[in-house]
Design a protein around this ligand. Structure first.
Ligand code: PGA
Length: 248
């Protein structure tokens, strides 16, 4: 098994240019590939270029937080996958629960966006995750399975796509599922993805939702957790580096 841990930061709609550059510089100064973890930061679209410039020559990759499903055209305010690649981006998050909720993105939308990412040579990080009501109703695994089946792009390969499990109720709340629940979900996700991709031994499955330096080692130590998608704690260099260090 050759899966490397991926520690991805989702800066969301935060940071102006000077702040983003300072954060990128602090990460680049301290992050040395420790042999097992890859690091990625996903700034807002406005900061992809300056952050990529700050990270040049470092071991840290840059990505986007969303892309449009079309290659180009009359889509005011949107960003095409190729534009992210053009600025040095290698990955793009698609289907984050905040986009599913705020912009009405369905599994079909997310799948089309992930396909646009692949067509542009980017690795899509496809986000899935249940609401608290769905978990309470015992439907978490079924919901996530439906999302994976509906959102994974055609033509995906095990190494060409990443899936992030982010329970909606754990995002930005300081709450996380139990490690047993995360382990069970990731095991199920790998089985579902394997049935679609013809295998999933190389597929990276990230956990996201209130990952902090204090819980990272426990979560990243789980067998089927291959990294983390980190929101709030990715805005502080010290915290994000500590999470990467916890990957061992
Ligand atoms: P959080 O966000 O780490 O602030 O909970 C995670 C995410 O939304 O990707």
């Amino acid at each position: 098994m050759t899966r490397r841990v991926l520690i991805a930061g989702n800066w969301k709609m935060n940071l102006l240019r000077a702040e983003g550059e300072a954060l990128a510089a602090a990460l680049a100064a301290k992050f040395t590939a420790n042999g097992s973890a890859d690091m990625l930061v996903c700034p807002p679209a406005t900061l992809i270029a300056p952050v990529a410039a700050m990270l040049e020559g470092s071991m840290i990759a840059v990505g986007g937080q969303d892309c449009h499903m079309k290659e180009s055209g009359a889509h005011t305010g949107d960003v095409a996958a190729a534009m992210i690649g053009d600025l040095g981006g290698s990955h793009v998050i698609v289907g984050h629960s905040e986009r599913r909720a705020d912009h009405g993105e369905t599994d079909a939308t997310v799948k089309a966006k992930a396909e646009a990412a692949l067509a542009a040579g980017l690795i899509p990080i496809v986000c899935v995750g249940e609401t608290e009501a769905e978990r309470d109703a015992g439907k978490a695994e079924a919901v996530v399975e439906t999302q994976i089946r509906g959102s994974l792009p055609e033509g995906a390969t095990e190494t060409g796509v990443v899936i992030a499990y982010e329970p909606v109720w754990a995002i930005g709340t300081g709450r996380t599922p139990t490690t047993d629940d995360i382990a069970a979900m990731h095991d199920h996700m790998r089985t579902v993805a394997a049935s679609m991709l013809g295998g999933a031994g190389e597929l990276r499955l990230l956990y996201g939702g209130s990952v902090k330096p204090g819980n990272a080692a426990e979560i990243l130590g789980l067998a089927d957790v291959d990294g983390a998608l980190v929101g709030g704690a990715s805005l502080k260099a010290e915290d994000f580096l500590a999470i990467a260090a916890a990957a061992g």
